[in-house]
Design a protein around this ligand. Sequence first.
Ligand code: NOJ
Length: 746
Amino acid sequence: MHKIALFIFIGLEFSVLQGLYAQPSKASDKQVNALLAKMTLDEKVGQLNQYTGDRAATGPLSKSADKLEEIKKGHVGSMLNVRGAKDTRMVQEVAMQSRLKIPLIFGLDVIHGYRVTFPVPLAEASSWDMEAIELSARTAATEAAASGLHWTFAPMVDIFRDPRWGRVMEGAGEDPYLGSLIAKARVKGFQGKGLGNTDAVMACAKHFAAYGAAIGGRDYNAVDMSDRQLWETYLPPFKAAVDAGVATFMNSFNELNGIPATGNSYLQRNILKGKWNFQGFVVSDWSSIGEMIAHGFVENKYEAARVALTAGNDMDMESRAYTENLVQLVNDGKVPVKLVDDAVRRILRKKFELGLFDDPFRFCDEQREQAVLNSPESKKAARMVAAKSIVLLKNEKQLLPLSKSVKNIAIIGPVAKSKNDMKGAWSVYWDGKDDKDLVSLYDGIKNKVGNDVSLSYAKGCGIKDTSRNGFAEAVAVAQKADVVIMAVGESADMTGESKSKTNIHIPGVQEDLVKAIQATGKPVVVLLMAGRPTIFNWIADNVPAILYTWWLGSEAGNAMADVLFGDYNPAGKLTMSFPRSEGQIPVYYSYKNTGRPVIKEKEILYKSAYTDSPNTPRFAFGYGLSYTTFEYSNLKLSKAAIHNNETLIASFTLTNSGKYKGEEVVQLYLRDMVASVTRPVKELKDFIKISLEPGESKTLSFTIDKEKLSFYNQRMKRTTEPGRFELMIGSASNDIRLNSGFELVD
Ligand code: NOJ
């Protein structure tokens, strides 16, 4: 039972705020200031306080005193983990009993869909399809807003290069350029036509900053990085979110170079609110203000509150540091009231923009909720996005797509019939419930082939099993089939917050199960399901057809069946390099050449190399196959040299040289050959996703301008330097099909 139901609603009648705040939903400073002028210090501090309801607690609950009483006293500005039109209305009604009747903001981790679940963000990123990603966020926002929510704690725009970190499932991958585009698409999707529309929720760019660089991939661990690394790699998606108009930011649990992000004024005051002129508000991560004590950065919560507010943290999520100490801090002269006012203003402005002062219940309409949730269009969108998220890693002898006339299919593996895993982590709507509507791989195939094909099934083993007892039955099932489809991987709860691992091989005896089935001599297709890159070298070397399907959401099984039977030709490309072993981590495509690069794979003595493994990843950034093939030809550069203010056009021909209609993600990489600061061997600068009919050719072009050639120089000023650039166009970071060079002249 959830706690909100336990809250005793004291039956005061809801009084509509007729007249009092009857103003247009666009905030003006005048309105905000007028309200601020009426507030006591106690009420101001209340606006900066966020409590949790019952759901999805991701940290220890702070003492759960009578939160409704606190709300009534005006001591709460926002609630998280209260959702549903009915529950949010009930709690909002309590806020309407407070002296100034300032409505609450309801926030929730709506990470990848709400009622209809979409693929986990790392999967969606593999689509390289900004429209699809925006549609996913749009659909989630529409459902969430109909469920009384005003705010999602998404997108997570952290860059990461360490698949041991469990939260990789929540982000867009290793690359700052692609990560920035995806950040923008997600913010646009969540915020739709703008706050004030009842199908838009506030987005929240998180976790500011560098949370994805936790040492050793261990969640919440310290981060130590150069300013260059921060600005080049980790900050760009946050800046993109600001440019896209993101309403809020969340800071992070980690320290950055000795200073916890929550108390970091360089990040929050100098960069975010200063240089980037961010006008929204910053919420702490769950209890991260109080956690500055454990960091060894402050002695007590009094100090924690002072440091956090001074550093630019506006709202306190569940530390109670602000509510317990801010009034005192102001009275003691330790925090200027104008800092409190600034934080309150930022929050009130959003409440006005959301239209909550016009009608605090405009998001709490149970009828609308019923009508909007789980619509056929949303399910259709989820199926489409899921199919686009699948990455074809291997397809020897064109084993895929399967013919629909195949007569006997064996479906084997511990995740083949799993429904709940399809949701992936962070499906808060479904916390603690089974979603009967989720489509497993088995059900998806059944839906596709109907009764014309005989399907047999064996689990073979559990995900973490060490026992091989189920192998014999699985082998017997495989032996009777024309083709075997295997589903192996992690369980959904192995990724997500606090799910770091030192061993990211697929767990248990699953790889042995694949070996046993492969030994039958039957054609085997392996579907790998996980929320992170995993290691499966034997499968990669020996199984003819492999699809990486991640966690695909409500429509997972249907989308997988669409791809298996060729109704959708896969086009996903990895956005995170897959290591060969944990020892290679971090492995990423945009590495530095070093003074001793490996030139020939076998010649590694006194080179920057491992003696027991190639440097290259198992599957590279940007990699993913299609059922068709693409040829790249005829590269032409408009000029051999350009001046700083000029543009260069690189045009080329792309031909679908195979038998199927298909989409290709054509990638443009550049390398600045010599610069005052060494540059990576390759940096993604642009890409085109295009669909071609079999035999069709198109001339495509990339425009190269100053922005694509610039970098942070020794004084951390973004600039260009004259010199030679290598231009590479290809199907993956390790599959460059066309290259050339040009000169940037003064
Ligand atoms: C902690 C997580 O780090 C953050 O991403 C999330 O939004 C909050 N908990 C609230 O659930």
